[in-house]
Design a protein around this ligand. Structure first.
Ligand code: GLN
Length: 537
């Protein structure tokens, strides 16, 4: 087994996740099998208890882990199997060490960061239950120099020694700032960050330099000399003008995959990025635009609805159109009305969420989509809001609500799942991960998936209240997807509407550039023709 470790220097938010995912794709394009992991230095056991506004979206894996959003990049870029073993935090590592200590596994010993915590990290990196792969790639969260990431760096240093230096490759992602006043690029922050790594005992083999402007030869030489890296291993990662999906191609043009292969003596095929390049060209050269409103409440941060935005882009690629995303704050809809905020959009998407803030604005936007016959896609909370809207405005159940927001409503059209009623703790206790969903033939979703049984990922505590099924059906509501094991409503559709679909699950997590999700593809298709009255089928 060969290992690649990716560290980050100078500042956070350099796009280490994207860089790591791109490295994975480059190796896969040469016929290699890779695994990808993310190690996060924070103490939360997983990302599930963090606010998307601060930390970005919580990503959900097939096996139900609430994980860092970088895992989304890994799945979108590669075919690596991403599971709960793909993301570790300080909290998760310590929980395991403390559990072992209580079980008496270290009996007689003083339990310490080195070797007990570092051993636990090494076990996670080498986890034997992971599939056989050629290269295991691990991204170290945080920035070199942070106190909290030290045990992780120490662990990867030890792996370098244990496995032999030609089986382990260290990649350091860094920032080369450009000073406008003196019109210079500066190498000093990188020198210092590499200096810090070398103090720990890690000598990076490849430097990837995030930069606004192209790196001159002079600065490359300086970086190589001061950081003790071969000049051909100083790779430029200039800010992309167009799309994040260009990053692997930029790396390939600088032969970064060749450098990795050489260092690790990997046996592989010639690179084949043709499928990726083809999708990228389609993305670049589509001149028709479809405007989609995403009505949410964590809009300031690009990362809060990361997978939704990506899946919309993929849906555009599948239709050869460019998707323009209009981020609409649902609280502003409450203040200004839906018409003012949503006029002129081709489709409306209401994503998942928690808490009451902004819910009424989401409901208003769904009413607008339903009445104006604008294609609508509701995801998780979006589907629940569609249910509330229909109950209030079509079934005339004026106080209809979700028990999440109005626990004492006399019309709880969205109710807490029975299995959730006993749950007392918050972390990792929702209905999580993939569950089966049976589709009704001739429904919009069946037409999209072309399959009767699908598996999609979940993250929720509330569900459609089946007591109301008949009332809804009588007024044109179609329950087109049901979970076979417990009759839980997974998908709703509105019959007399061009495209109105609500799903209790999160299809956005399974969409890729080279394999757009069928529901996003068809939502964009319907939005493209919105106003022209396309018929289902
Ligand atoms: N808050 C809702 C629930 O827990 C929806 C969750 C979501 O959108 N992910 O059921």
């Amino acid at each position: 087994m060969k290992y690649i470790f990716v560290t980050g220097g100078v500042v956070s938010s350099l796009g280490k996740g994207l860089t790591t995912a791109s490295i994975g794709l480059l190796l896969e394009s040469r016929g290699l099998k890779v695994s990808l992991q993310k190690f996060d230095p924070y103490i939360n056991v997983d990302a599930g208890t963090m606010n998307p506004f601060q930390h970005g979206e919580v990503y959900v894996t097939e096996d139900g882990a609430e994980a860092d959003l970088d895992l989304g990049h890994y799945e979108r870029f590669t075919n690596a199997k991403i599971t709960r073993l793909s993301n570790y935090t300080t909290g998760k590592i310590y929980s395991s060490v403390i559990a072992k200590e209580r079980a008496g596994e270290y009996l007689g010993k003083t339990v310490q960061v080195i070797p007990h915590v570092t051993n636990e990290i090494k076990i996670a990196i080498r986890n034997p239950s992971r599939e056989e792969v050629d290269v295991s790639i691990a991204e170290m969260g945080g920035t070199v120099g942070d106190i909290e990431s030290l045990p992780f760096l120490e662990a990867i240093r030890q792996i370098g020694l244990e496995e032999g230096r030609n089986n382990v490759l260290y990649i350091h992602l860094t920032l080369i700032p450009y000073l406008r006043a003196s019109q210079e690029m500066k190498s000093k922050p990188t020198q210092q960050s590499v200096g810090k790594l070398r103090e720990i005992g890690i000598q990076p083999d490849i430097l990837i330099c995030r930069t606004e402007k192209p790196l001159s030869n002079e600065i490359k030489e300086k970086l190589a000399l001061f950081c003790n890296v071969k000049i051909e291993n100083v790779i430029e990662e200039k800010d992309v003008d167009f799309s994040i999906y260009e990053v692997p191609v930029i790396f390939a043009s600088q032969k970064m995959d060749e450098r990795i292969i050489k260092h690790l003596s990997l046996k592989c095929t010639e690179s084949d990025l043709s499928e990726w390049q083809d999708m990228l060209n389609r993305l670049k050269h589509s001149d028709e635009t479809v405007k989609i409103a995403v009505v949410g409440k964590y809009l300031e941060l690009q990362d809060s609805y990361k997978s939704i935005y990506e899946a919309l882009t993929h849906g555009g690629v599948a239709n050869n159109v460019r998707v323009e995303i209009k981020r609409v704050n649902s609280e502003e809809i409450e203040r200004n009305g839906a018409e003012k905020m949503l006029q002129g959009v081709n489709g409306i998407l209401v994503p998942g969420g928690f808490g009451e803030r902004g819910v009424e604005g989401k409901i208003l936007s769904i009413k607008y989509a339903r009445e104006k016959r604008i294609p609508f896609f509701g995801i998780c909370l979006g589907m629940q809001c569609a249910t509330i809207e229909f109950a209030r405005n079509v079934l005339c159940l004026n106080d209809a609500h979700s028990c999440e927001f109005a626990p004492t409503t006399s019309n709880p059209v969205i109710d807490l799942m029975t299995e959730q009623k006993q749950v007392k703790t918050i972390g990792g206790s929702m209905r999580l991960g993939a569950y089966p969903c049976e589709l009704k033939e001739h429904s919009l979703t069946f037409i999209a998936y072309k399959s009767k049984l699908v598996y999609e990922r979940h993250r929720h505590r509330y569900e459609f209240n089946n007591r109301y099924k008949e009332l809804f059906s009588a007024k044109g509501w179609d329950f087109s997807g049901i979970c076979p094991s417990n009759e839980l409503v997974e998908i709703i559709e509105l019959k007399d509407h061009p495209w109105f679909v609500g799903v209790q699950f999160h299809p956005e997590f399974k969409s890729k550039l080279v394999k757009p999700h069928p529901l996003f593809r068809d939502f964009i298709k319907a939005s493209r023709f919105s106003g022209t009255g396309i018929k289902r089928g």
